[in-house]
Design a protein around this ligand. Structure first.
Ligand code: SF4
Length: 698
């Protein structure tokens, strides 16, 4: 008789909410039951369909179970041994380094990698390959909010307060976030806010399911929310509703920022954004009347070629009304990827070292070099940002090691990125499934995933969590940490001792490397994470007997003088505005049943039933003008490419805008259309707005 295995408390493999779940292997050891963990405060037992069905990707019919190497004879990927696959990768990278130099080797990581993997990958790139060319797909997720947060507060942590504060504030402005589809369990916080009498303002060009919940929905033209924020701040100043005492005591730079908003008259802002002045005034009224209030941004304002300034404008609005660093108030970014937060803190971002240290800071280099046992001078400087790195493939970058990312679907101007990947001398991909990017590789390594391994992740609140192994991976599968250990042994024999395969050992080194840095994990241990009831510990947490920091900035901001900075910003147009040839805005986003590039979720039957493919959402008036009816195949065409999908005619979108979700490759790949124009500070591509024409197909 089989005994029922004990459930393992862990966390979802997908988004940054990192919902708590229990995994219970069935008695025969063939499947895993997933249930929400009621004791985890973030989701309190609730899971969305993606989390509920996550175990499907563990099944052997779905996941990769053995290495693949491209056969030079047939040109096809064929099963190979681990030894052969690892030798081929080490050989490919070593050849490139010998022929073209270390910077001709690129490394591309993912926002889903655990903290340990992100840390080890950054260390591997810098001290084994000696390359500066490392970045990750999290650049496409949160970099504008991170840059704006650094500028204003001296520190970037997605939310500087726990989500549990949301229902108790007086007003929330949600800018460019569709929580109802991206993080459904988090919608509860907004429902509770309203039940408590708080007000919700949603800013989105579409009347989404989240916007349906709002007391006030403003639908600006894509790419104009910077002007909207400036218009609101103009009205606050004009009505004398700024918090002068807070501004005097806790900020700098108000005079310049204030001067900048005075040109943004409500009527001008209405012309730019399409939001009528009375609605602008109503938003200002709700926000200013509330004793406590929050501004939360997501990909809408962030994924723009002026994303840093756009987020900066919303931060200025929050600062001018005395919100950041005061109880139940503030500014926060709703990070999207599972470990988008931790991934950027520990060294896989082009300009950062572990602990959120800057690669250009001599003291930071010295500290991390000592932990790594190398000369600080041996550490390369900052490299290219994600899109720039992908764009350089086949040119200055000849070989690429890619872990946990699918840029063929998720990068902007994706057909060009695909062509760049094809032009490489050598491409190695470590992933759980054979993604569209893995299909192009010379070598594919099957690696362990969430339920098959232990590791830490950091959710959107800055809460460090322990994901525990619940099942044993199939025999042909190894962890990313083992891959990096083995590659190091081949490329720099002797150095592999610095690349342990046990996640806890890596984490203990990460703690030392992060000690004293902005994202200080020194006081967080596996033992503590396992013993704390599974609620996690908020960074910074420098001491093992210290409590962690759920709420930041209450006494001072992380700037030298402890004051937040207003940064003067001005509205500017999107990199590409509609014209006679491409007369419509395109904006992109997600649907509830798919996640990111869909590499995992498109392999789950029940999710595919709910969201079987891409679509083009357009307004009935635009549809009538184009002669398009519901279900017609339409092509969305930009200067970079086209995507074809069935039309969905809805009254919930602006008449000048079409929307497509970005989870699919093939003919419906909307990122073939999107614009890679980059923000000058964050290097974020402009996913959220470009000019297109829409054509009926056939
Ligand atoms: Fe997983 Fe995010 Fe869904 Fe929670 S909301 S179950 S973390 S995908």
């Amino acid at each position: 008789m089989h005994t029922q295995p004990a459930p393992t408390p862990t966390h979802c493999p997908y988004c940054a909410l990192q919902c708590g779940m229990q995994l219970t292997p069935d008695a025969a050891g063939e499947g895993v039951a997933v249930t929400g963990r009621a004791d985890f405060p973030v989701n309190r037992g609730a899971l969305c369909g993606k989390g509920q069905s996550a175990a499907a990707v563990l099944s052997r019919g779905v996941r990769l179970t053995g290495p693949l190497v491209r056969d030079p004879g047939t040109g096809r990927l064929a099963p190979a041994t681990w030894e052969a696959a690892l030798d081929a990768i080490a050989g490919g990278l070593a050849r490139t380094r010998a022929l073209h130099g270390a910077d001709a080797c690129g490394v591309f990581g993912g926002g889903g990698l655990t903290n340990e993997k992100a840390y080890a990958l950054g260390k591997f790139a810098r001290i084994v390959l000696g390359t500066s060319q490392i970045d990750y797909n999290g650049r496409f997720c949160m970099s504008s909010a991170a840059a704006a947060g650094q500028r204003a507060f001296g520190l970037d942590r997605g939310l500087p307060f726990p989500l549990e504060d949301l229902p108790r504030t007086g007003c929330v402005i949600l800018v460019g976030s569709n929580l109802a589809e991206t993080m459904p369990p988090a919608l509860r916080y907004l429902t509770e806010l309203k039940a408590n009498g708080g007000k919700l303002i949603v800013i989105d060009p579409r009347r989404t399911r989240t916007a349906e919940q709002a007391d006030l929905h403003l639908a600006p033209r894509p790419g104009t929310d910077l002007a909207l924020a400036l218009g609101m701040l103009h009205l606050l100043v004009a009505e004398g509703r700024t918090d002068e005492a807070y501004i005097r005591e806790r900020t700098r730079g108000w005079a310049e920022a204030r001067a900048g908003v005075m040109a943004h008259w409500p009527e001008y802002v209405e012309r730019v954004t399409g939001v009528p002045v009375p609605r602008l005034r109503a938003a200002v009224g709700l926000f200013a009347d509330a004793e406590t209030a929050m501004v939360l941004t997501a990909r809408g304002p962030e994924q723009q070629s002026k994303g840093t300034d756009t987020v900066g404008a919303w931060i200025n609005l929050a600062l001018a009304t005395g919100r950041p660093g005061t109880p139940l108030s503030g500014y926060g970014c709703l990070t999207g990827q599972g470990n988008g937060q931790g991934g950027r803190e520990h060294g896989q971002k082009a300009d950062q070292l572990p602990g959120y240290r800057k690669l250009t800071d001599p003291a930071a280099r010295a500290h991390v070099a000592e932990v790594w046992g190398v000369d600080p001078a041996a550490l390369p400087g900052p490299g290219r940002s994600a899109y720039e790195l992908l764009d350089a493939l086949g040119g200055e970058i000849r070989s690429l090691l890619l872990m946990g990312s699918n840029p063929v679907v998720s990068a902007p101007r994706a057909a060009h990125v695909e062509e760049r990947l094809r032009s490489l001398d050598f491409l190695a991909v470590a992933d759980v499934v054979l993604s569209e990017t893995a299909e192009l590789a010379d070598v594919v390594l099957p690696v362990t995933q969430w339920a098959e391994e232990t590791g830490t992740v950091t959710n959107l609140e800055g809460r460090v969590l322990l994901r525990r192994r619940a099942i044993t991976a199939p025999p042909g599968v190894r962890s990313d940490l083992e891959v990096l250990h083995e590659l190091t042994a081949r490329l720099s024999p002797g150095l592999e001792k610095g690349f342990p395969v046990e996640p806890e050992e890596v984490f203990d080194e990460l703690r030392r490397a992060s000690a004293g840095g902005p994202a200080d994990y020194a006081g967080i241990s596996y033992e503590r994470l396992a013993a704390d009831g599974g609620e996690g510990v908020f960074w910074p947490c420098p001491a093992t007997d210290g409590p962690g920091t759920p709420r930041l900035f209450l006494d001072r901001f992380a700037t030298e003088d402890g004051r937040a900075r207003f940064v003067p910003v001005a509205h500017r147009a999107a990199a590409e505005e509609p014209d006679a040839e491409y007369p419509v805005y395109l904006t992109t986003g997600r649907v509830v049943a798919q996640y990111q590039s869909g590499a995992q979720t498109r392999r789950v039957d029940e999710l595919n039933k709910a969201a079987p493919g891409p679509f083009v959402e357009l307004h009935p008036r635009l549809a009538a003008r184009l002669g398009v009816v519901e279900g017609d195949e339409v092509a969305v065409v930009s200067r970079r490419g086209r995507a074809v999908a069935p039309a969905r005619v809805v009254g919930t979108i602006r008449v000048d805008t079409v929307f497509m979700p970005f989870h699919w490759g093939g003919a419906g790949r909307v990122n073939a259309v999107t614009n890679p124009a980059l923000d000058p500070v964050s290097r974020m591509p402009e996913f959220k707005v470009c000019a297109v024409r829409v054509e009926r197909v056939g």
